[in-house]
Design a protein. Structure first.
Length: 298
């Protein structure tokens, strides 16, 4: 007998169209183009993209999103949490205020190294790690004042990347996780197994699929993360080595009813067609529709 799965609340993210906070990442499409492509897929929700990508004035931003029939889910924010605590909290407060003003639900926090990009990361001392955990908790409290939940996003090239670091953060802190299936696999974790082990700590989900052969090279230090992305590290859902169906079944069985944000990190060249990432996103939507009902026209 086939199990019944709840409809998936699907959102998009500008990174699927190559929009990233990393300097020199690639050709950055304008927000109007990206939101038009998201709306054309039948999706009506998105994460923000990098700080400053969308209008910073709340009224202007609300009107801009309404133009495309799109609502805000939340936003990714990579901050240096292990030092400059007050600066990190202030930046998070500004982002939380803007997210809240547009009706968003979640602040997606990553523990940035302070270096540009995600190709290298220095070692943290125990004292710096404690500061990281404490700063994340303080940001959670600030975001809560704006009506937002805060989740910690394990991410390649940040200070919470590997399975051991994820486990350490969960043990030392009380923030829930943004379960990013791609970054977890690249960091050496099995996202399905981790979701089962920490079902009560899954607060938000980024759905990615990756080629494990390239992920192994990144993890082993043989290939820089950015170069792996250029070589096609991320692929449409169902075409890589993450068991997306098993992940969805697992979190739904644990009563997860939050957002599933589709992300296929990509780097675009200036002459690349915007339709290429849009076609990939459509393939991902079709894969999800074979798993459970989705809130999108496909």
């Amino acid at each position: 007998m086939m199990e019944t799965l709840y409809p998936l609340r699907i959102a998009a993210a500008p990174i699927s169209w190559g929009v990233c906070e990393v300097p020199g990442w690639g050709h950055q499409l304008d927000a109007r183009t990206v939101l038009s492509e998201i709306a054309a897929l039948g999706l009506s929700a998105t994460e923000f993209g990098p700080p400053g990508y969308l209008p910073r004035d709340p009224n202007e931003l609300r009107l801009f999103l309404e133009t495309f029939g799109i609502t805000a889910v939340g936003g990714f924010l990579a901050l240096v949490l292990h030092r400059d605590r007050h600066d990190a909290i202030a930046q998070a407060g500004d982002s939380a205020a803007l997210l809240s003003a547009t009706g968003a639900e979640v602040l997606v926090l990553a523990a940035a190294t302070g270096l540009d990009g995600y190709d290298a990361r220095p070692h943290l001392s125990d004292a710096e790690w404690r500061t990281l955990v404490d700063t994340a908790a303080a940001i959670r409290d600030v975001a809560a004042e704006h009506g937002l939940r805060t989740v910690l996003h394990p991410h390649v090239g940040t200070h919470v990347e590997s399975e051991a670091e994820v486990e350490r953060f969960l043990a030392d802190g009380d923030l829930d996780l943004c379960l990013d299936t791609g970054h977890l696999l690249i960091g050496g974790a099995d996202p399905v197994r981790l979701a089962r082990r920490h079902a009560e700590r899954i607060g938000h989900i980024h759905l990615k699929d990756v080629r494990s052969a390239l992920a192994d090279q990144v993890r082993g230090g043989k290939l820089e993360y950015s170069e792996a992305v250029r070589r096609g590290l991320y692929v449409p859902l169902g075409e890589g080595d993450v068991d997306i169906a098993a992940l969805v079944r697992s979190v739904q069985a644990a009563n997860y009813r939050g957002w599933y944000v589709m992300e296929q990190d990509t780097i675009l060249e200036a002459n690349d067609s915007v339709k290429l990432p849009s076609l990939d996103a459509e393939r991902s939507l079709r894969h999800l529709a074979h798993i459970a009902p989705v809130s999108a026209r496909i």
